[in-house]
Write a new protein. Structure first.
Ligand SMILES: CC(=O)N[C@H]1[C@@H](OP(=O)(O)OP(=O)(O)OC[C@H]2O[C@@H](n3ccc(=O)[nH]c3=O)[C@H](O)[C@@H]2O)O[C@H](CO)[C@@H](O)[C@@H]1O
Length: 357
């Protein structure tokens, strides 16, 4: 039996592509194990799939000053030792990483143990964790064609991003019941990334009196970000995070307002959901979401409004316009060339695992 170790974590975007690979890997008979941090979101997500999970010590790698910069290197070194021990014990044929800080010691340990490692970069430009991992990986998968120029030519493969199969077969009626929606009004779905966004939550909630006249609003607002004052607002349903019910929620959505995390936007494209993207500002990140969003805007898939330009009048106007012109966006998305990402990545994993033998 072939064995694979998956890794990646920190935010859901570094885990859900791994989840998307699970059914095919199981079909091919892989014995699947997961290495993540002690208590990151990856632990909760992976445990729902009954995959053996090993927590290691993990620290954040920052480019800016923080007192934790002095303690985190020790955590990463400890994590590296733990990853080496785990890989010695598990002896996987191949390692696959979806990135995030916790994956770096795992990839370094794989190199040390001479286990082939394949990594995936979802964003247009590689993040710091993947930059450190690239020299130690045998292949680097990417989501956007624009990324190829940032990667070593002998390692780069354009695969797209694996999307959970079940997202494509949601049930609108089940979604309606789950949200307690009763009217036939169209549904706006709001997703502020896997951890929610205070900024988007606030502006959307301020618009509810206007929006609820014509729409129902399904809001995935992030952990700890529910607002109890809207508990009994008819036509508004808020949830911290959606797990298996996400498919039915997507089926329900006529229009989506979202951050521009790479996975979320690829899901919107695959599902042909007209969308307004509000990328995470360059002040709060390395600006990767702005690049993701601009790429989608350029291809006619999305309306993009940067945080600094956004206010409630602009958002309301954009929602109304997009709803009117939604077919134009649906048609553009329908013409996009969808890569069979799961199959391409699994084939790379098979090749790497067989080489090791
Ligand atoms: C703040 C931050 O660091 N953001 C980064 C992070 O975003 P983030 O983790 O938000 O990533 P994405 O938007 O790419 O993915 C979120 C994933 O979570 C899922 N989901 C979300 C909400 C929910 O209730 N249920 C659920 O299952 C989405 O369907 C999607 O699969 O990783 C992305 C991919 O590297 C980057 O592009 C983002 O810039």
């Amino acid at each position: 039996m072939k064995r694979i170790v998956l890794t990646g974590g920190g935010t859901a975007g570094h885990v859900t592509p791994n989840l998307a690979l699970l059914p095919r890997l199981k079909e091919l008979g892989y014995d699947i194990h997961y290495i993540g941090s002690y208590n990151g979101i990856e632990k909760k997500l992976i445990e729902q799939y009954s995959i053996p999970y090993y927590g290691i010590s993990s620290g954040k790698l920052r480019r800016y000053f923080d007192w934790k910069n002095f303690s985190d290197p020790f955590k990463v070194i400890k994590g590296y030792g733990q990853a080496r021990t785990l890989l010695k014990k598990l002896k996987p044929d191949v390692v696959f990483s979806k990135g995030g800080f916790v994956s770096v010691p795992v990839i370094l340990a794989a190199k040390h143990r001479k286990i082939p490692a394949i990594i995936h970069e979802s964003d247009i430009t590689p993040g710091l964790a993947n930059k450190l991992a690239i020299p130690n990986a045998c292949k680097v998968c990417c989501n956007f064609p624009e990324t190829l120029k940032y990667l070593p030519a002998d390692k780069a493969v354009l695969t797209g991003s694996p999307i959970r199969e079940e997202l494509l077969s949601g049930n609108r009626l089940k979604g309606l019941t789950y949200c307690g929606f009763q009217s036939e009004k169209p549904v706006i779905m709001v997703i502020g990334g896997s951890t929610g966004s205070q900024f988007i939550n606030k502006i959307v909630r301020s618009l509810l009196p206007d929006l609820l006249k014509d729409f129902q609003v399904l809001h995935l607002c992030g952990k700890g970000k529910l607002d109890s004052s809207f508990e009994h607002t008819k036509g508004y349903a808020q949830f911290e995070y959606a797990n298996k019910e996400l498919s039915d929620m997507f089926a329900l959505a006529d229009l989506v307002i979202s951050r521009a995390g790479a996975n979320a936007i690829c899901e919107l494209l695959a599902l042909r959901k007209p969308n307004i993207l509000i990328p995470l500002s360059a002040n709060a990140s390395r600006g990767d979401q702005i690049l993701n969003a601009r790429s989608f805007e350029g291809q006619g898939y999305s309306v993009v409004i940067e945080e600094e330009q956004l206010n409630s009048v602009i958002l309301l106007d954009a929602i109304k316009k997009l709803f009117q012109n939604r077919n134009q966006y649906i048609n553009a998305m329908a013409k996009s060339e969808q890569l069979n990402s799961v199959e391409t990545i699994v084939q790379l994993l098979e090749q790497a695992a067989n080489q090791k033998k």
